[in-house]
Design a protein around this ligand. Structure first.
Ligand SMILES: [Cu+2]
Length: 149
């Protein structure tokens, strides 16, 4: 429950810091590219939210099934849901990026939940994304703090 509440606050705090963009990373061998990856890091005992946009240049859907990082302990796919004044968060088993489309992770919506963050603002940490067809891509996520914009 504590981690749950902390995460919710991290997500809300992150919403205040929207509007930032990171350099686009591209992967020549894969139709999947990732833009604007970042983690919002608060404290070691508070889960860090990870955000990015996935782009799919193929004419087939791309299904993201797992994310992993040595900087996270467990790294989960999560979605925040607003129900009136309440907010809750659920694990999701996969995320589908439409053909020639994109899928955005953002504060208040889909995010990567880094359960035990071992990172510092200013660093970059690797995240490996695995898709249903066994494609794996590793992306460098810049780490930002609560006040970053
Ligand atoms: Cu979460």
């Amino acid at each position: 429950m504590t981690a749950f509440v902390a995460c919710r606050e991290a997500v809300r705090a992150a919403a205040l810091g929207l509007g930032l963009l990171a350099p686009v990373s591209s992967f020549a061998a894969s139709p999947i590219t990732v833009s604007a990856p970042w983690f919002r890091y608060l404290l070691p005992q508070i889960p860090a939210g990870g955000y990015m946009t996935l782009h799919n240049a193929s004419d087939q859907p791309a299904v993201l099934t797992t994310a992993a990082s040595p900087a996270c302990g467990m790294l989960m796919l999560h979605k925040t849901e607003a129900n009136g004044a309440m907010e809750s968060m659920d694990a999701v088993s996969s995320i589908t990026v439409p053909p020639n489309g994109r899928f955005q992770f953002a504060p208040g919506s889909y995010h990567l939940m880094c359960i035990q963050p071992k990172m510092k603002p200013g660093e970059t940490v690797p995240v490996t994304l695995t898709f249903a067809d066994s494609t794996e891509i590793t992306v460098s996520f810049p780490v930002r703090n609560a006040k970053s914009q």
